[in-house]
Design a protein around this ligand. Structure first.
Ligand code: SF4
Length: 325
């Protein structure tokens, strides 16, 4: 099911560019974005959309992830997200005619072998071969569903797993990984994000779009072009959420990010990282340390830096430990 204007709460831009319009089904996109302008400013603190979302969800969760840097072992859900993203990234290495469902299934197998060899924790998720086979079948179903949403033989992405970073006037760096950037011959840019978790309910779609607007802001600041379309693809459910941003959207996103960063700095200066319980706590990896559930957080590190570690590939994966509401 493809959702459009009626399903979203953010008129009038939503669905303004229907699927199949200028930036879709690009037969001959340019092969790369124009070179990013060299940044001359000194490097300051950094924020990614994932961690920004963490702070908005729960300041204590942000603290656990950014300041305490508590480890979060993979789960079958996060591993599935990693695998599906890897297979879809590699799919576009193939010549266009070869980007078939069969080829994508083959890539799932080879990418799994690679990931499991690189990260033994992934291989250890399964007690036996039958469990692993069931899980692989669930990843296969998601990749098969991808082919119901678009035809990769008709697309030539400009970039995949693109690391983007820009620095705001305040010195705050915004950064992260974008799953896919499509650039039409006209120069129109589409930002694509694959999701393997469930699609958010309508009331939460604005927060799902925050990540995309964050990336759109970065691209705008880097390239001077407002991306024409933001596209979230909920593969497992065959849903696509699209939004066509304008400059006022992105300026509002910049103000929101700046206000969020100020709130993070205030929390750091006060050492006040309050838990904000919600039903997402059921998926929180750190519940045992959370005072809301009788736990005690570890002592704050002596210098509580709110500078993020360099985002990893996992940063781009849509399901950390807290799934979409
Ligand atoms: S359990 Fe809930 S309130 Fe506690 S840290 Fe996790 S998300 Fe925050």
């Amino acid at each position: 099911m493809l959702r459009g204007v009626l399903a979203l709460q953010i008129p009038p831009n939503v669905g303004a560019v229907p699927y199949g319009d200028a930036v879709d089904e690009i037969a001959a996109a340019v092969d790369t974005l124009p070179a990013a302008a060299q940044e001359a400013k000194p490097r300051g603190p950094a924020l990614s959309p994932s961690r920004a979302a963490d702070f908005m969800t729960c300041p204590l969760l942000y603290r656990f992830r950014v300041i305490d840097r508590l480890p979060e072992p993979p789960t079958t859900a996060t591993a599935r997200g990693t695998l599906v993203h890897a297979a879809l990234e590699r799919l576009y290495d193939l010549p266009a005619a070869g980007r078939t469902p069969e080829a994508a299934r083959g890539l799932l197998a080879t990418e799994w072998d690679r990931l499991a060899a690189e990260e033994p924790d992934l291989a250890a998720l399964f007690e036996n071969e039958a469990e692993r086979a069931d899980w692989l079948a669930s990843a296969t179903a998601i990749v098969d569903a991808y082919f119901t949403l678009e035809d990769p033989r008709r697309l030539e992405p400009a970039e995949r797993e693109a690391y983007v970073e820009t620095t705001l006037e305040s010195g705050l760096r915004l950064r992260g990984y974008i799953d896919r950037l499509d650039v039409a011959p006209s120069g129109d840019i589409r930002i694509v994000d694959y999701k393997t978790g469930r699609a958010p309910r309508e009331a939460y779609e604005a927060s799902a779009l925050f990540q995309m607007k964050f990336y759109a802001l970065v691209i705008w600041r880097l390239r001077g072009v407002v991306p024409r379309l933001l596209q979230l693809m909920y593969l497992a459910e065959g849903e696509v959420l699209r939004y066509s941003p304008d400059e006022s959207d992105l300026l509002a996103t910049e103000r929101k990010v700046a206000a969020l960063w100020k709130a993070i700095e205030r929390a750091r200066d006060a050492g006040d990282w309050r838990p904000r319980p919600s039903r997402l706590c059921d998926w929180c990896n750190h519940k045992a340390l959370c005072p809301e559930f009788g736990g005690t957080p570890p002592p704050l590190p002596e210098s509580a830096s709110v500078s993020e570690a360099l985002p990893s590939h996992q940063e781009a994966i849509p399901e950390p430990s807290l799934p979409e509401p």
